[in-house]
Design a protein around this ligand. Sequence first.
Ligand code: NDP
Ligand code: BG6
Length: 511
Amino acid sequence: FKKVKDGLLSSITSAKELKETAGFDMNKNESTVSITVVGASGDLAKKKIFPALFALYYEDCLPKHFTVFGYARSKMTDAELRNMVSKTLTCRIDKRENCSEKMDQFLKRCFYHSGQYDSQENFTELDKKLKEHEGGRLSNRLFYLSIPPNIFIDAVKCASTSASSANGWTRVIVEKPFGRDSESSAALTKSLKQYLDEEQIFRIDHYLGKELVENLSVLRFSNLIFEPLWSRQYIRNVQLIFSEDFGTEGRGGYFDHYGIIRDIMQNHLLQILALFAMETPVSLDAEDIRNEKVKVLRSMRPIRLEDVVIGQYKSHIKGGITYPAYTDDKTVPKDSLTPTFAAAALFIDNARWDGVPFLMKAGKALHNKRIRVQFRHVPGNLYNRNFGTDLDRGTNELVIRVQPDEAIYLKINNKVPGLGMRLDHSNLNLHYAARYSKEIPDAYERLLLDAIEGERRLFIRSDELDAAWSLFTPVLKELEEKRLFLSTIHMVVGDLLGLTIFQQDTTSDGE
Ligand code: NDP
Ligand code: BG6
């Protein structure tokens, strides 16, 4: 093997030398990546996409030849785009060496083209500019649709027909929401596939790019101690908790049309659930992993109305500060009944998970995000009395704190030091900030890099999407048809714990 490899390397070197001596421009044979952020003037582009691209550049993860184009209707010069982008770039990398120098170099590679999303002519102009920057190299093009969903198809049509690569790949990252229900999602997929092949579509769910979600499979499949316990035999319930300590804050226009179930549960939490519950994939190949996720989703029962609780946050006062209610957001109708909180029990009808509730909880204007696995009680009662009155404290729990302050800890029982026999429930704790000095990359960095490299593992395939919508569509319809509004919640966590669905599973952390 080595001989063959060495032989190949030497022949490549001599071919290179030969061409250079013969006066060929080797650059022409190198490839380039043009990344177009469609909707570059928007919130997501500024907050996440440009900073993630800069972080990748800083880490030398981007190809040697690349350019970033902003595209939107707003009028802006290249200099104005650079100025806008520069305000959002941060040197998140731990050493922070030469950061401002790197920022300048990155900004020089950023350009802007103003155009309509449904104008072939404007995309043709973009194509011309892209070509100028590509300098005759093999061109690969990535379009990131960071625009409202009602204009996805217009933009895809124009980008694919007027600005796709002539000699390399063209890929399109599509942001959620992928429809509002099974029908609209299927219609979106059908329209996208008029212009793109499935391999060109990268449906992003940024939760799949989060460090601790990536670590879920490693934790489970590379540690012998966990895999045997990962089933109904030992696990009593799994809780997937998303809570943010802020409300809709200006995104109410979007949010009010979707609500928390579509915004968080149907995608982010369900994706985590599928990764958590899937069988061992044949390999780490994207298709093998996605096949296993689809199997889990298809083994699940559609959610029933009686297994769901919804609510909406009210105004409240904390530490002397008054926080607004959801309906105080100016972009939200005053009489909105859109849920900002939901809790649901989901079930997987397969041999591994039969009868184990997967409890999802998602809410705006609350506190933080985690996955909690509660194990069954130890059989018998050898030590139960040593916990005093609280028998439930003896239950083991594995907690994966996705963010903030990432951590994985296992709650175990141990003896309190001393002459007596009193038991304590304490944590075996992997606290990321203490263990790793390097900052955790933002999810968008990993996902953008994967899209550039053609790695599809962390993107949603269309059959996954169909299966995910099938679970939620019936209950969403029922909720909307009946204009059902079961409860209005307060911001106060104590009130949340009062939701009957979770009462018997309230954990030792008081969550
Ligand atoms: P914005 O509302 O900020 O829209 C992005 C850009 O699209 C705007 O700057 C505007 O650019 C253009 N635009 C907005 N509304 C319209 C319209 N009605 N018709 C035509 N163009 C319009 O969106 P975000 O940046 O917040 O989000 C982009 C996408 O990403 C959306 O699909 C969103 O659901 C999704 N997303 C956003 C997240 C976030 O945190 N912001 C998180 C997860 C997903 P111009 O006027 O210059 O053309
Ligand atoms: C987005 C939702 O997908 O995820 C937002 O649309 C939510 O409503 C956001 O705030 C949360 O992302 P993160 O990475 O901050 O947990």
